[in-house]
Design a protein around this ligand. Structure first.
Ligand code: NAP
Length: 243
């Protein structure tokens, strides 16, 4: 084995990749932003907190043989910093990003480009279910209808005037989601296009109940960034560089 692998994490895929690589004897350092109070931790070495921009990350790449950016599809700043730092230091970089969701027959999906546009799209609905995470909720602060806000940790103000906070961490089942939608008389659901099975049940439940869904499109990736969709592919890419 030669060299350390730095995995930029905060996702289930990042954790699974770290598990696989550690089991293969790879020297893995996982990095978390430190946003979640009680995160599920990956095996191997761990560091928590920002690097101090692309320059700080470039410094942290000293001794790193390969960098895997497995952050969330909406962690656009970290992804841009990873691309810049990898280019500056000549470190091989791979983006591991799960595919986005695809509509099925019966879905009423309304695509928007930002949380602000999502807030506009749900204006006038009497009961909104916000599942976009606790960051960026300020975009919805002007909503006047009932808003159910679900997040892992308590969100900070400003929140919509009639907000009910539901603290929960996925995965959720379709039965769980049907119960939430019914109990709160949800009229419209808002989500980022996070993709993956962990939080997809809400889309099935919305389809079954005829609830429209406002989906926020993913931010674009930096040009030329190599991307894989699965942990298997990322594991092979790392193995080819450090084993
Ligand atoms: P972001 O806006 O792209 O990142 C903002 C800053 O946070 C970065 O510039 C970096 O600070 C620091 N950072 C982000 N990810 C980091 C990591 N893995 N290790 C060390 N520092 C990190 O990202 P975000 O949307 O705040 O997301 C933060 C973390 O939460 C990510 O790790 C992501 O995978 C996870 N997450 C995000 C979402 C979401 O919807 N955005 C959802 C679920 C999980 P410096 O510039 O100081 O290095």
């Amino acid at each position: 084995m030669t060299g350390r692998v730095l995995v930029l994490g905060g996702t289930a895929e990042a954790r699974r990749l770290a598990e696989r690589l550690v089991a293969e004897g790879v020297d893995v350092l996982s990095s978390l932003a430190g946003r979640v109070v009680d995160p599920v931790l990956p095996p191997g070495k761990l560091r928590v907190g920002g690097f101090g921009g692309a320059t700080g990350l470039a410094t942290a790449l000293d001794g790193v043989a390969a960098l895997v950016d497995a952050t969330h599809p909406f962690a656009a700043t970290m992804t841009a910093h990873a691309a810049a730092a990898a280019a500056a230091t000549g470190t091989p970089l791979l983006r591991l990003q799960r595919p986005g969701w695809t509509a099925r027959p019966g879905d009423d999906w309304r695509w928007v480009d930002s949380l602000e546009q999502a807030a506009t799209a749900v204006t006038g609905f009497g009961s909104v279910f916000l599942t976009t995470g606790r960051q960026g909720l300020a975009a919805f602060a002007g909503l006047t209808g009932r808003c159910l806000v679900r997040s892992v940790d308590p969100p900070s103000p400003p929140l919509p005037a009639q907000a009910t906070v539901l603290l929960a961490r996925g995965p959720f089942t379709v039965q769980d989601e049907l119960a939430v939608l019914r109990e709160h008389d949800v009229e419209v659901l808002v989500t980022k296009d996070s993709g993956g099975p962990m939080t997809a049940a809400k889309l099935t439940a919305a389809r079954q109940l005829g609830v429209p869904v406002v989906l926020v499109r993913r931010p674009p990736l930096p040009d030329g960034l190599p991307v894989v969709a699965t942990v298997d592919e990322a594991q092979d890419w790392v193995a080819a560089r450090v084993l």
